[in-house]
Design a protein around this ligand. Structure first.
Ligand code: FAD
Length: 823
């Protein structure tokens, strides 16, 4: 009994030491104390005690003396690492090394420093940026008619294009010294977001030149001459850029593009120059059909060694004027009825000077590294912003519609069945917008968050897809029948585009987020890998020794932290006073999950090694945990940055409960499918010692969120802030806004009429009869009756859907064409 009690007490001491990440000497002292204690309670002989004492001392000395530890232990482990570590291609290395680690590093640490999150400055627009948003962007929204662009004209009208060029929309990321706007990332994001609440054609046409493409590549790598020539022209829309990477045989696996160039001499403008003969076949290229300068990616070969001694130089990016003889361009794709310009282009043995390579000949073969280094900025902004925009359109419009549209004599938004998708829409949008803002803010802080940009891209687009799907379900036939009065149908059609571009979502979730995160954000893995590949063997051993033993301490500490916080519900985990009291439990839960995640990630890498790369379903769920912790952090930050608006609390609570419950589900998914069952059993005890702690948002909470969406309020305005809200009642959104206001006013009047009917003061069969009787009996006044009439008229207007001639106007169009031809 005494022995058992002693062993239990020792386990507690062990856990405390591990939890506190105690230094080595304390572990050694504890081990010696254990020997002495065991000898006394178990009555060990002096010989056995001395032997155990000697063994522990020898062990401690080996581990404590660096030269001994390296020679006797670390050297062997490093050898084993070298054997099992899979080789890394240059393109993989470029992807891994690109960008920076930011808040993701804290989430991977097992012990996030929440004070750091609190100290991240709130992203704000400058006066000039705010003015651009309130004036030029608002004007562009007013001019851009999505139905006309997508259905009638298959493009934006030329005056809208000209406005885009003249006002500098295409040069938001180009510095002022080159004639661009030099906007911050948060301003760029706000413009794309607002345009996306109005017109996909305008939003995509503005988004693409400001994302990864010629301008961004030139800014980072262009020669002075290239910058001076192209940037002012791009900023003013005198050149239209496109970026061509995708080939029919290389989509997701873009590094394997078969497009190629051969370094050779040729005649250019009457002189013999060093150049390249390039052959390519690209598809899906946005702005491709109208571009004047193509950022072209291809693999460059130098068989005659004209540039140096390498034959296969690797992926190279060049700027190709589309007027160049041999460039085939101009046909269009039809991406789910989106009429932004998109199409294929190709060229066969097109000769171009070598200095068309972005950055000149010294950047030959550096294309993949350039793309990977620049990817984070565009990916952090473009799709998160455009998709939050579509989410805002869906939430504001559908929330209003759900109040205006009645069935069974009730506003449909008040049915529990509709409350559920409405709550999801509100909670998802709150979190997605928080993620958009914090990630764009990171760019303005000088970060290039490669992993978090993938998280933002994947999770914001998936949330937006769900929001738009929910909007479609709530609107029923109104969402399905396309036409100028349908404000959601085109967003629904465009969703798969967002899911597919800038890293298709399945690939991003399954391969990129954890695959890259585990190496980049982990405090030790990259250091171990670098040490393993270090050419200087002695340096490699020293670096590996540091990283490896740090890693062991990290894993042991996280195991203890996960267990202790699992047993105590993390109620003792520290939370800085900087946060609102309502955040306390959320932060404690996230701290617990961070420790558990760090442990699970380590055990996954240890037990599966290189095979984890192929275990995409496990990797995807591990990535979900990291991603959801990030989304939850952004959500908390948003609440703080917006001044702790208590009226928004249901949105915060819904989003946090949703994230925490989903994190728990992702843990469960990994443990249920973990290949090593003994490891899974042990991990389950450490991570969920008392079962599952988190519940999904409750129905009651969902009702509160839903009710925020179906009536005007400051919360609804904050939730949809930055969206274009037309004033005209001819516009479907303008009409919905007016109808919502009128409906709410009418509801109070109708309640008065119903009360009078119940008291038998008035009678009538229809709404109109009852209103007339109420007016006659003095139950309501003339102004109130006018309000009822206005509400009914607006309701009829927003409920109406478009219809067309039986041949959709084809014969009329043909007759017009014939008349024109005859004239
Ligand atoms: C409207 C539109 C605009 C575009 N604009 C441009 C542009 O301007 N410039 C440009 O260069 N390209 C552009 N693209 C191309 C876009 O980047 C590619 O479509 C994208 O990379 C995916 O390639 P893919 O369509 O060939 O799909 P595939 O690569 O064939 O992928 C099909 C599916 O397999 C999944 N998948 C692939 N590999 C894995 C894996 N290892 N693990 C798990 N799942 C995997 C993908 O996630 C996807 O779901 C555009 C595409 C569209 C549709």
């Amino acid at each position: 009994m005494a022995v058992l009690a002693f062993i239990l007490a020792s386990l507690v001491v062990l856990t405390v030491l591990a939890y506190a990440a105690a230094p080595g000497w304390l572990w050694a002292a504890a081990a010696l104390g254990f020997v002495v204690g065991l000898s006394s309670v178990a009555g060990l002989s002096p010989v056995a005690t001395s032997a155990a004492f000697a063994l522990v001392t020898a062990f401690a000395v080996v581990l404590a003396v660096p030269s001994l530890r390296r020679a006797l232990v670390s050297q062997r482990i490093l050898g084993a690492f070298r054997k099992v570590l899979p080789p890394m291609s240059q393109t993989e290395a470029d992807a891994i090394n690109a960008g920076t680690v930011w808040w993701d590093g804290e989430l991977f640490s097992g012990k996030p420093d929440w004070a750091k999150l609190a100290s991240i400055p709130k992203p704000v627009l400058s006066a000039e940026e705010q003015s651009f948003l309130d004036n030029e962007t608002e004007q562009l929204c007013a001019m851009a008619n999505d139905w006309e662009a997508t259905h009638l004209n298959s493009d934006m009208p030329s005056h809208v294009w000209q406005f885009i060029k003249d006002k500098g929309f295409l040069g938001m990321i180009i510095p002022k010294e080159f004639g661009g706007k030099g906007f911050s990332a948060i301003a760029h994001s706000a413009v794309v977001q607002k345009l996306s609440t109005r017109s996909s054609s305008a939003a995509v046409s503005v988004m693409v030149p400001n994302s990864l493409g010629p301008a961004e590549l030139l800014l980072h790598y262009g020669t002075d001459e290239q910058k001076r020539h192209y940037l002012p022209r791009l900023a003013k829309g005198l050149e239209i850029p496109a970026f061509a990477l995708t080939n029919p045989n290389a989509g997701s696996d873009a590094a394997s593009i078969p497009d190629y160039g051969i370094v050779c001499k040729g005649i250019w403008e009457g002189r013999e120059v060093l150049g390249m003969r390039v052959t390519w076949d690209k598809r899906y290229i946005t702005l491709g059909p109208i571009c004047t300068v193509l950022g072209l990616a291809f693999r460059l070969y130098d068989p005659d060694k004209l540039l140096g001694d390498k034959e296969d130089l690797g992926i190279t990016c060049a700027l190709v004027a589309t007027q160049t003889p041999g460039v085939q361009i101009g046909r269009r794709h039809l991406p789910l009825n989106g009429k932004f310009q998109n199409g294929p282009n190709s060229g066969k043995d097109v000769f171009m000077p070598i200095d068309w390579i972005i950055g000149g000949r010294k950047m030959a073969g550096q294309g993949w590294r350039m793309l990977m280094e620049c990817l984070a900025a565009g990916r952090s902004i473009s799709l998160p912003s455009s998709n939050v925009g579509m989410g805002k359109l869906a939430v504001r419009g559908t929330g209003a519609y759900a109040r205006v549209r009645t069935q069974f004599k009730t506003a449909i938004g008040k049915f529990e069945g509709i409350e559920e998708p409405l709550a999801r829409m509100g909670g998802y949008l709150y979190a997605a917008d928080a993620t958009r803002t914090m990630t764009a803010g990171a760019i303005d802080l000088g970060e290039r968050p490669s992993v978090l940009s993938a998280v933002a891209k994947y999770h914001v687009t998936e949330r937006a897809r769900q929001i738009v799907n929910d909007a479609m379900d709530i609107q029923g036939g109104k969402g399905i029948c396309l036409g100028p009065n349908n404000f959601i149908g085109r967003a629904y059609q465009q969703m798969p585009v967002a899911i597919t571009v800038e890293g298709a979502n399945i690939l991003t979730r399954s391969l990129i987020i954890f695959g890259q995160g585990a190496i980049r954000c982990h405090p030790y893995v990259l250091k171990e890998m670098q040490a393993t590949r270090e050419q200087d063997r002695a340096q490699g051993l020293a670096d590996f020794d540091d990283a490896f033993w740090g890693h062991i301490g990290f894993t042991v500490s996280n195991a203890a932290r996960a267990l202790v916080m699992g047993l105590t519900g993390a109620r003792f985990a520290g939370v800085p006073a900087l946060f609102a009291p309502e955040h306390r439990r959320y932060i404690q839960q996230l701290t617990r999950f961070s420790s558990a995640f760090a442990l699970l990630a380590d055990v996954s890498m240890l037990t599966m090694g290189g095979a984890l790369k192929r275990k995409e379903k496990i990797s995807a769920r591990l990535g979900d945990i990291l991603s959801l912790m990030y989304i939850a952090s952004c959500t908390l930050k948003r609440y703080e940055d917006e001044g702790r608006q208590s009226a928004d609390r249901p949105l915060l609570d819904w989003a946090m409960h949703d994230a925490l419950a989903k994190i728990q589900t992702a843990f469960e998914g990994v443990l249920d499918n973990f290949p090593s069952r003994p490891s899974a059993a042990l991990l389950r005890v450490l991570i969920f010692p008392l079962g599952k702690p988190c519940a999904a948002p409750s129905d009651r909470l969902g009702s509160k969120v839903a009710s925020l969406l179906i009536e005007p309020s400051a919360t609804r305005d904050r939730l949809t802030a930055g969206m274009y809200v037309p004033k005209s009642e001819v516009d479907p959104i303008g009409a919905l806004e007016a109808a919502l206001d009128a409906t709410i006013k009418a509801e109070a009047i109708e309640a008065t009429i119903r009360a009078a009917q119940k008291d038998k003061r008035i009678a009538g069969k229809t709404h109109e009869e009852l209103a007339q009787a109420a007016l006659a009996a003095g139950v309501i006044g003339a102004a109130e009756q006018a309000q009822l009439v206005r509400a009914a008229k607006l309701r009829d207007q927003v409920v109406r859907v478009d219809d067309f001639p039986r041949d959709f106007g084809l014969s009329e169009k043909l007759a017009g064409l014939q008349q024109r031809a005859a004239a």
